[in-house]
Ligand binder design. Structure first.
Ligand code: SMG
Ligand code: MG
Length: 369
């Protein structure tokens, strides 16, 4: 199926977070998001870029994504239209910039699915109509503050808690949460690459707490070191930042660098590559779950659809809108019994609310094809 694009809007919005979100690499207070809207003959397609405002989680950042889209990626799309499966190949000559590529491909996919009257979930191969949700809890100033936050999230119904950790905020907070909420709580940690292999013995101290996994303990490029660490921990290692493609996933699995994978479509260049990683992991018996980049309802809609694939056997960081924003740019995603429903309408199945968008827009540009 060919989709003919007449132009693309790059719109940047500033979304205040309900509470600051601190990780080992920095604090977010407002989510600076780049939205991509492709306009076709009959429809529009929307997507959101996972890049943050600074190149800390990954080398991409909002300005770089906007620039590479405007200067290279959008002009590379064929003028006479294309099928979503061609987007990856057309963008392939440009190295990296996977989050920017993902946003463009996803917007084309949304438009194409709206044309075909098919939902993301049905297109990707969703195996259920709702997904269980976890929540990622940032680093706090004190343990009592952390316990309060975790208690609130559990009361809201989240089925799994992920604690952000860093050197100096690891064993103590994890022990406190375990002691307070008991052994049945599904609990995991995410270091965002804050440790080195010389911390192996210290990290083995986490083995006492029955964690579901430890996410990205070591640096992004430390695939071999993660394999060495895996031999020294009982806690399963999950990779996030290190897995940027299906090829990385294959390498990590064969090296024994991880036994779980966090799939973020933006990080790996789009939903088609995300599905390839899912398929590969599933064939190897490696559980996967859907990560998050503090998405608005636009990105969340597609993530929830992805998380409904059969290999997503662990709850993801697909939290309800209210965990992030007082007002979302779509109808809010609301947790019900710890789950979010997979949208069923055509494409993403959600509509951006233009009144809300206009209020949060900080810049917009139009690129004609
Ligand atoms: O979207 O709920 C969310 C955030 C989940 O912890 C989360 N994301 O490394 O997994 C991760 C982080 C990356 C973004 S931190 C600003
Ligand atoms: Mg992570």
């Amino acid at each position: 199926m060919k989709t003919k694009i007449s132009g693309v809007e790059l719109r940047r919005i500033a979304m205040p977070l309900v509470a600051p979100f601190r990780t080992s690499f920095g604090v977010e207070t407002t989510r600076d998001v780049l939205l991509v809207r492709v306009v076709t003959t009959d429809h529009e397609g929307w997507a959101e870029c996972g890049a943050m405002s600074e190149p800390r989680y990954s080398s991409e950042y909002v300005d770089s994504a906007r620039h590479v889209l405007r200067r290279f990626l959008i002009p590379a799309l064929p003028k006479d239209g294309l099928d979503v499966h061609e987007v990856g190949r057309v963008l392939e000559p440009f190295t990296g910039h996977r989050m920017a590529k993902s946003a463009l491909q996803t917007a084309v996919l949304d438009a194409q699915l709206r044309d075909a009257d098919q939902s993301f979930g049905s297109y990707l191969g969703a195996a259920r109509d709702r997904v269980p949700c976890g929540v990622s809890v940032g680093i706090m100033d004190s343990v009592p503050e952390l316990l309060d936050a975790v208690e609130r999230y559990i009361a809201e119904g989240y089925v799994r808690i992920k604690l952000k950790i860093e050197p100096g905020w690891d064993l103590g907070p994890v022990r406190a949460v375990r002691e307070r909420f008991g052994d049945d709580l599904l609990l995991q940690v995410d270091a965002n690459a804050a440790y080195t292999l010389s911390d192996a013995q210290h990290l083995a101290g986490l083995d006492d707490f029955g964690l579901q996994l430890i996410e990205q303990p070591l640096a992004n490029d430390d695939m071999v070191q993660h394999a060495a660490l895996a031999k020294r921990l009982r806690t399963p290692i999950c990779l996030d930042e290190s897995i940027k493609s299906a090829a990385h996933a294959a390498a990590a699995i064969s090296l024994g660098a991880c036994s779980v994978i966090n799939i973020k479509p933006g990080r790996v260049g789009g939903y088609l590559e995300a599905r390839r990683i899912h398929d590969l992991a599933r064939a190897h018996g490696i559980p996967v779950w859907c990560g998050g980049m503090l998405e608005t309802g636009i990105g969340r809609a597609a993530n929830v659809a992805l998380a409904a694939l059969p290999g997503f056997t662990l709850p993801g960081d697909t939290s309800g809108s209210s965990r992030y924003f007082a007002t979302d740019v779509t109808k809010p995603f609301v947790l019900s019994d710890g789950h979010l429903e997979v949208p069923t309408g055509p494409g993403l199945g959600v509509e951006p609310r233009s009144d809300v968008l206009d209020e949060v827009t900080t810049s917009s540009e139009w690129i004609s094809m």
